[in-house]
Design a binder for this molecule. Structure first.
Ligand SMILES: [Zn+2]
Length: 94
């Protein structure tokens, strides 16, 4: 035990790393191996899903979109809209 404080760790990335890389992840500028690590973490970590204001299904949906979307700006605008409403709102999708 390191006693460094309450750090969550799921898989190879910890939550702070995920937050730090989220922008690049959504931009699609991360190296493929980092994208895989991000996906693995978001898949397994409900804490991050909570922080982002997505439910687990939402994250899965987002990941599916990230594979095909060519205009991350539009997606990011949608995400900003969703997160600004808070997690208690409805989520009709883009
Ligand atoms: Zn996490």
């Amino acid at each position: 035990m390191s006693g460094e404080g309450p750090e969550e760790k799921c898989g190879s990335l910890d939550c702070r790393e995920v937050f730090r890389r989220l922008d690049d992840y959504l931009d699609g500028t991360l190296p493929a191996e980092d994208i895989v690590a991000m996906r693995d973490h978001l898949d397994a970590c409900s804490h991050c899903a909570d922080e982002y204001g997505f439910g687990a299904g939402m994250v899965a949906e987002l990941k599916a979109k990230l594979r095909t979307v060519e205009c991350p700006d539009r997606l990011r605008a949608w995400i900003a809209e969703q997160t600004s409403r808070g997690p208690s709102g409805e989520s009709p999708g883009p």
